[in-house]
Design a protein around this ligand. Structure first.
Ligand code: KIV
Ligand code: ZN
Length: 505
């Protein structure tokens, strides 16, 4: 179908689960990928790139499960321009109602010579064969000339023309190394759209990396040049400096529709939750001043700004917090709130709770409410998500209680009681700090001694009684897992996160 005959909007191609996962430390389990994919489907993402099936059996299984379980978006799998890759993509996508194979081959002189050791004509032939084979498997085929922005334009024109002749339906032009600029990238799109035979039969897509901090600006520039798909990730996670941030392009196109003339179909009110989910699962924190989803993105600190916002929010707000799913009326529940009120709030926050998750989360809510007078939406999201993350995980280890002695002149010592397969075990350990001592005490009981590769502690809300959320990444016998824990006590949050990670191993 000619794209001009199709609805004119910008398709959101989310690659959090593929390019996003490629960044150090962001590997996700199969269940976590499905959880993210479910949320992306709810947000009305057009295409979910679920993974690179040939790269490992784990990747294959995750793509297959997403293809089977996720309804709504097109499910896409990545493949090099090689037969085994394309066959793996076809097989993994089999259960999907709507499927796409995304095949790529490098087109820049530096990649062709040093990485592929292939001549331009060999690359041309491989791309042609790959797209033909992919079209034999599925109707929807995307082709990417990798490192397109450092490729010769005339060669790109020829390559793109050949793959369109073979039936490619989307042409993605990756800025693989984050090298291009908005003007140059827009001109490249204009060149390809006007010079390539058959350009009017396909959708042109942007795929940007953020090495120079230009990924979002570059992606938006292509919309002005006729691009109608943007590849992006939640929170902009991805290789090196990351990929185009989905929340930023969505809100830029929406807020400045006067300039772009088109926008996306994304439900913006689910952006904050998407950000939170990806942050929680990957353990990759979001900088406070990050556009749209940073904790300060809608905070007005200076007196002049606050005065203006009180008089009229539009003085300093170009979009509302509600439009991205942040509630301005944040104070919600307290210790006297009943189960019905708690359930109602969970549902209004966009969750679809299972009865057992609701029961566990409500018990946790009561515990937190005993320690903290005001429970905010962010607290509820954190505690609900941490309870649901336990579902399906074998709770071999459970924290019963702990005590610590510490101080500026003292070596920290932790004494702790754990349930191991429901039997109580106790241990005591010194450490280099309070967290180190409690982790060592846990190790003494479990006998596991994993490598701690990352520990992030972040407050969920403001104030000294705020809930803290800890994310712990551990590695053991070739496996890498992320555990989460929350509490009004940061040491307890860390201990719970460590135990959650051990249970996930
Ligand atoms: O950055 C890149 O070039 C990619 C391709 C596989 C599309 O991720
Ligand atoms: Zn990429």
């Amino acid at each position: 179908m000619f794209w001009k005959e199709m609805e004119d909007y910008v398709r959101i191609f989310d690659t959090t689960l593929r390019d996003g996962e490629q960044c150090p430390g962001a590997a996700m389990s199969e269940d976590e990928k499905v959880e993210i994919a479910q949320h992306l489907a709810k947000m009305k993402v057009d295409i979910i790139e679920a993974g690179f099936p040939v790269s490992s059996p784990v990747q294959f299984k995750a793509v297959e499960r997403i293809a089977r379980e996720i309804e709504g978006p097109i499910i896409c799998a990545l493949a090099r321009s090689l037969k085994p890759d394309l066959e793996a993509a076809r097989d993994a996508l089999k259960p999907a109602a709507k499927k796409r194979i995304h095949t790529f081959i490098a087109s820049s002189p530096i990649h062709m010579k040093h990485k592929l050791d292939k001549s331009p004509s060999e690359v041309l032939a491989m791309a042609k064969d790959a797209v033909r084979m992919a079209r034999g498997f599925v109707e929807d085929v995307e082709f990417s000339p990798e490192d397109a922005t450092r490729s010769e334009w005339e060669f790109l024109r020829e390559l793109v023309e050949v793959v369109i002749e073979e039936g490619a339906t989307t042409i993605n032009i990756p800025d693989t190394v984050g090298y291009t600029t908005p003007q140059e990238y827009g001109e490249l799109f204009h060149f390809l759209k006007t010079k390539v035979k058959g350009a009017d039969k396909v959708i042109f897509s942007a795929h940007c990396h953020n090495d120079l901090g230009l990924a979002v600006a570059n992606s938006l520039a292509t919309v002005l040049a006729g691009g109608r798909q943007i590849e992006c990730t939640v929170n902009g996670i991805g290789e090196r400096a990351g990929n185009t941030a989905m929340e930023e392009v969505v809100m830029a196109l929406r807020t400045r529709k006067d300039k772009f003339g088109v926008e996306t179909k994304i439900d913006g009110t689910l952006i904050t939750r998407a950000s939170y989910l990806v942050k929680t699962i990957t353990g990759m924190v979001v900088q406070p001043n990050k556009a749209i989803v940073g904790t300060n993105a809608f905070a007005h600190e200076s007196g002049i700004h606050q005065d203006g916002v009180i008089k009229n929010r539009q003085t300093y707000e170009i979009m509302t917090p509600e439009s991205v799913g942040l509630k301005s009326n944040r104070m919600v529940l307290g210790r006297h709130s009943g189960r019905a009120g708690f359930k109602d709030r969970i549902i209004r926050l966009g969750f679809d709770p299972k009865p057992e998750d609701l029961d566990n989360a409500y018990q946790r809510f009561l515990e937190v409410a005993d320690k903290k007078k005001e429970i905010f939406d962010e607290d509820i999201i954190a505690l609900f998500q941490s309870e649901t993350r336990k579902t399906g995980v074998d709770e071999k280890y459970e924290l019963v209680s702990f005590e610590q002695t510490t101080g500026s002149e003292k070596t920290p010592v932790s004494s702790l009681t754990l349930l191991v397969d429901k039997a109580k075990k106790q241990s005591t350990s010194e450490g280099d700090g309070p967290v180190d001592s409690i982790f060592k005490a846990i190790d003494k009981i479990t006998g596991v001694y994993p490598l701690l590769s990352r520990l992030v502690i972040s407050p969920v809300t403001e104030g000294t009684d705020a809930m803290a959320e800890a994310s712990v990444t551990i590695e053991y016998e070739g496996k890498r897992v992320v555990g989460k824990g929350d509490s009004t006590d940061i040491i307890e949050a860390c201990a719970k996160a460590y135990i959650n990670a051990l249970n996930r191993l």
